[in-house]
Design a protein. Structure first.
Length: 229
């Protein structure tokens, strides 16, 4: 039980809860594991559970009838998924797939409602989380509408490489920013709402200009990317 409480405490949605509140939530939780490329939830399904990522990585995406995808988020340990459908009773608004061997804590609808009844602070944290997601979605819509493919790709490469302060990122040539895993042009296109062909063209130019290098399939950023191309 203490291990479950620790994992719940690591989720931003629950970080302000007391030990008593976390213990109550832990009693409503169970662990579930997923293999690589296994769907955790599918767009349109009934939402009767929420999930807290314990390990691994998941992609949250929407798709059309032709199989084209737009990846909304990539989520790792501490992330919460599925709470929106759980709260409003509507079908799932997106699909979620494991990108690697992963595990989650599963919390059912009634268990969550019991915790809300016991703690007004719990309800406030959920409101904050949903508001933050709305802000992220609004910024994502603005980027898709106003930014060109290069700028969206450059921003995504910086994000995936974990660059927070560009003034420090390239000081150590022995530890240049590198994406944690291999990404295909199709995956990058799905992340930024662009075609595989357009991503391929931009990446080829970045490699030619010696801004990035592909090392054993992983993208390494060699120097600061230009603001525009």
């Amino acid at each position: 039980m203490s291990d479950v409480v620790a994992r719940l405490r690591g989720a931003e949605l629950f970080e302000h809860l007391t030990d008593e509140q976390l213990s109550l939530l832990a009693t409503q939780s169970r662990e579930q594991r997923f293999g690589k490329n296994v769907l955790l939830m599918q767009e349109g399904d009934k939402g009767d559970s929420m999930y807290v990522v314990s390990s691994g990585e998941f992609k949250v995406f929407v798709s059309d009838d032709n199989g084209r995808e737009l990846v909304l988020h990539q989520l790792g340990p501490g992330a919460v998924m599925g709470d929106m459908a759980l709260l409003d009773g509507e079908p799932r608004s997106a699909s979620v797939m494991a990108l690697e061997e992963s595990s989650v804590l599963v919390i059912g609808r009634q268990g969550l409602l019991d915790c809300i009844d016991h703690s007004p602070e719990f309800a406030l944290n959920i409101i904050r989380s949903l508001t933050q997601r709305l802000r992220v979605a609004t910024e994502g819509s603005r980027s898709l509408a106003l930014d060109n493919v290069y700028r969206r790709l450059a921003d995504k490469l910086r994000e995936l490489a974990g660059i927070e302060d560009e003034s420090l990122a390239w000081q150590d040539e022995s530890a240049l920013p590198t994406l944690e895993r291999k990404y295909s042009h199709q995956e990058l296109g799905n992340l930024i709402g662009a075609s595989r062909e357009m991503v391929g063209k931009v990446m080829a130019e970045l490699v030619k200009g010696e801004y990035v290098e592909i090392i054993q399939g992983r993208i390494q950023l060699k120097r600061k990317l230009p603001q525009n191309w």
